[in-house]
Write a protein that binds this ligand. Structure first.
Ligand code: HEC
Ligand code: HEC
Length: 279
């Protein structure tokens, strides 16, 4: 650092001196690193500190992620049916903003009534048919901050303020921002077939889902004896709705969320469910 004391040196000299100093410092560092015990000890302590900090932040991140997953699955159940999941009395009127002919009364207040199970509203499955209303999907709010999403839920098109409590609003916003997926990546819109691997899906289905639905999916009937609906039936009829429920669980009952698994796993389960008997 000598050149600092002699500011009048030419630029060449300045550079040469600078190189010398760098060189010396470099050697000194090597030397200290190799053989001075006190430096060695502090290096070990530094490394230990870094390891602790990294482990700490990994743990904090893992906890944060669990928190997010918990909110997302709650939000997914609320998206499915908020009044059933909250255990509040269902609305008695039809939603004033509902203009389709598919739903009447309380069901018209559920998010999928307007935005669909594919989250795409009239850009997706509701482009035609009884549910067609010309309402947008929620895909554009993926990764949006939570506050504007909550604000949307309270606007005149929704009227959920006063019906859905604040914490549940936050969970819904988590689902909108982080939980929804582009189902067109996994389900063919024309054939309704899931692109997953049924053999992989069978491993999950037979160890988790079969406990409640039976090995062929026929243990629980969601409809009437005359017109039964089993896992195989709904997985083929409405794979979007089934994929949503595989990922988030089923409101009111004990059916678990599979969010701790990957989307690939969810789609594999759906592909396997599509091979199960439909009646
Ligand atoms: C009765 C019909 C209806 C229901 C039920 C409904 N929405 Fe909407 N939603 C709309 C309409 C209409 C819009 C567009 C106008 C607006 O942004 O308010 C919209 C817009 C949105 C948007 C903003 C999309 C964008 O890109 O700007 C989000 C997010 C959303 N809804 C989430 C939900 C959630 C979550 C639920 C269920 C708790 C829900 N909606 C239930 C009609 C509905
Ligand atoms: C702890 C029991 C349990 C487990 C585990 C479980 N389910 Fe369910 N599931 C239920 C119950 C109960 C219902 C609601 C039955 C009804 O509405 O009559 C249901 C409903 C469903 C529905 C129909 C949803 C609808 O309304 O369209 C599908 C599809 C389904 N489950 C698939 C699965 C799959 C796939 C798995 C594994 C990932 C699974 N379930 C795991 C208990 C369970």
């Amino acid at each position: 650092m000598q050149y600092l004391k002699e500011p009048n040196k030419s630029i060449i000299r300045f550079l040469i001196e600078g190189m010398k100093v760098d060189h010396k410092e470099h050697n000194m560092r090597n030397y200290l690193g190799r053989s001075t015990p006190i430096v060695g000890t502090s290096l070990i302590m530094l490394v230990a500190l870094i390891v602790l900090v990294v482990l700490g932040s990994v743990k904090a991140r893992a906890e944060q992620e669990v928190g997010h997953l918990q909110f997302i699955s709650q939000g997914g159940l609320l998206y499915d049916n908020w009044y059933v999941h909250l255990g509040t009395p269902p609305p008695t009127d039809t939603h004033p903003g509902y203009t389709g002919i598919g739903e009447q009364g309380a069901a018209s207040w559920r998010c999928p009534a307007c935005h669909g199970w594919d989250y795409k509203g009239d850009w997706g499955g509701y482009a035609q048919g009884r549910q067609r209303q010309g309402i947008t999907g929620i895909r554009n709010m993926t990764y949006a901050p939570l506050e504007p999403i909550v604000a949307v839920l309270k606007d005149d098109a929704h009227r959920f303020g006063g019906r859905i409590p604040a914490q549940a609003m936050t969970a819904l916003a988590y689902f909108v921002a982080r939980g929804q997926i582009d189902m067109d990546l996994y389900i063919d819109r024309k054939t309704r077939k899931a692109s997953g691997d049924p053999d992989q899906g069978a491993r999950i289905y037979q160890t988790i889902c079969a406990r409640c639905h039976g090995i062929n999916g026929k243990f629980l009937n969601f409809n009437t004896t005359e017109d039964p609906a089993f896992v195989g039936t709904v997985a083929n009829q409405n794979p979007w709705r089934t994929l949503h429920k595989i990922r988030m669980g089923q409101p009111e009952v004990d059916m678990v969320s599979m969010l701790a698994f990957t989307t690939r796993d969810h789609v594999d389960v759906l592909a396997y469910a599509q091979t199960l008997p439909v009646r």
